[in-house]
Design a protein around this ligand. Structure first.
Ligand SMILES: Cc1cc2nc3c(=O)[nH]c(=O)nc-3n(C[C@H](O)[C@H](O)[C@H](O)COP(=O)(O)OP(=O)(O)OC[C@H]3O[C@@H](n4cnc5c(N)ncnc54)[C@H](O)[C@@H]3O)c2cc1C
Length: 422
């Protein structure tokens, strides 16, 4: 039996993952501190927010979030009036003809707002804002005459904090991952993917038209050029007034990136309008209705191709969420896996604190499971991304067999052995 200890966890990043880790530790009565790079105001006014499909990950939320917050989960929905039973999955259409090709089945899917989810999960959690972590170091500290192995996080403002272990929940471009595995091994791998992911409001009439086929989301793939055009509800401040609804639009394609000369706001808008005009309704009209002054950013696709077992320094340093498995978004798995990580991590710390396992044993087990699950899902999501943007491979993409559900190890391996596009 290992020693029973009050282990203090330092959480880097108050995104969904970090906040759910905090809730899990709080529920277990374990001490923690949580540090967020943004200031309290920029945390609420980020220029980039998006919606996410929460499906199989919901069961993990209810394991650690207090019941009074679980009861308020609908506050995080893009449209709180659409219940988890309202739809059975994401319909995928032929972008040229408008015919439905397949439904990507999902377990009680809801569209949640990243921002609203953070706001609910942060209730009762004392986030320390404006604290950008720049380094993580092993530290030895004397406590009551006993030397203890600890960990120190160093902030950009010159201050630091010491705890028993650290978990990096600092997103896809994780500084924590860099500190743990080194800059080169932490590097993201580029995917030949281009994405316009942006938001727009429409007139009440237009907004109603865009939700006619499905109240949450519709997705189309164009057979001629393999672009994907996604439309989903992102926020409904007044569900009874469609003119207040905010939509998320995502146009993505593989290979053929926009030449630098066209990668300007005007160039991206012209490309978006041209592609949208080639789609069936309602995508074609959505493209027309987007106002010329709507800002369209360009995002690349990435994942952690160099992922391998990291040295957790005796269980004192690890990662969770996008920091551990950044992936392409076309299977809607990043958030759902992040929620599972958060629950597994807080359970691992509880096992170490109770003396059931040593810290090293508990975090070794956590790391092993997260890495294996994360690596499989990064690969399946990558296959989904590459296959759906090509009409020839579309029906062989993971969504057809798996829908949006979490792949079991054997079926994930079988899916991956089914061939990867060059
Ligand atoms: C277009 C798009 C659509 C998606 N759709 C879905 C979907 O439908 N379903 C799904 O499951 N997933 C989806 N995802 C993935 C999902 O958004 C992510 O998996 C999830 O948001 C990850 O949360 P996180 O807390 O790990 O990271 P983040 O949300 O990135 O949070 C990281 C936090 O750490 C902070 N931080 C960063 N660096 C530091 C530092 N050095 N010091 C201190 N703090 C720091 C950041 O400010 C931030 O608050 C989508 C992603 C994209 C891009």
């Amino acid at each position: 039996m290992a020693e029973e200890r009050q282990l203090e966890t330092l959480i880097i990043g108050a995104g969904t993952t970090g906040l759910l880790v905090a809730q899990g530790l709080k529920k277990a009565g374990l001490p923690f501190r949580i540090f967020e790079y943004e200031s309290p105001s920029t945390y609420q006014t980020r220029p980039r927010e998006w919606g996410m499909t929460l499906h199989w990950g919901s069961e993990h939320v209810s394991k650690v979030l207090p019941p009074e917050l679980v009861a308020r989960m609908s506050e995080t929905y893009a449209d709180p009036t659409v219940s988890p039973d309202a739809v059975t999955g994401l319909p995928i259409f032929n972008g040229k003809t408008g015919e439905q090709i397949v439904e990507m089945k999902a377990e009680k899917p809801v569209r949640v707002s990243r921002k609203k989810l953070r706001n609910l999960f942060s209730e009762g959690v004392a986030v320390e804002y404006g604290k950008e972590v720049v380094d993580i170091q092993e530290a030895e500290v004397e406590e009551g005459g006993v030397k203890r192995e600890k960990v120190r996080v160093v902030f950009k403002d010159g201050t630091d904090a010491v705890g028993d272990l650290v978990v990096g929940c600092d997103g896809a471009r994780s500084r924590a991952r860099e500190c743990i595995v080194g800059k080169e091994k932490a590097e993201l791998t580029d995917v030949p993917l281009s994405m316009f992911n942006f938001t727009s409001r429409f007139t009440a009439e237009q907004a109603l038209e865009l939700r006619k086929l499905n109240p949450l989301f519709i997705n189309a793939i164009h057979p001629d050029h393999g672009t994907m055009f996604w439309i989903s509800i992102q926020d409904a401040p007044d569900p009874s007034d469609p003119s207040t609804w905010l939509f998320q639009l995502l146009l993505s394609w593989t290979h053929n990136p926009l030449p630098a000369s066209q990668n300007t706001q005007e160039g991206r808008m012209a490309f978006f309008k041209k592609r949208a005009s080639e789609y069936a309704e309602p995508w074609r009209s959505a493209g027309e209705w987007v106002k010329e002054d709507c800002r369209i950013p360009m995002d690349p696709g990435t994942y952690w191709g160099k992922a391998e077992r990291w040295d957790n320094r005796g269980g004192r340093m690890t990662i969770a969420g996008d920091a551990a498995h950044p992936m392409t978004p076309h299977r809607g798995q990043g958030l759902n896996n992040a929620l599972q990580d958060a629950v597994h991590f807080s359970s691992a710390v509880a096992l170490a604190a109770s003396g059931t396992k040593t810290l090293k044993e508990a975090i070794d087990d956590y790391d092993k499971e997260v890495l294996e699950r994360g690596m499989l899902e990064m690969q399946i999501s990558l296959k989904q991304t590459m296959f759906i943007h090509n009409w020839e491979t579309l029906m062989a993409s993971p969504m057809v067999k798996l829908g949006m559900r979490q792949a079991k190890k054997e079926e994930a391996e079988a899916e991956l052995n089914g061939g990867q596009e060059e």
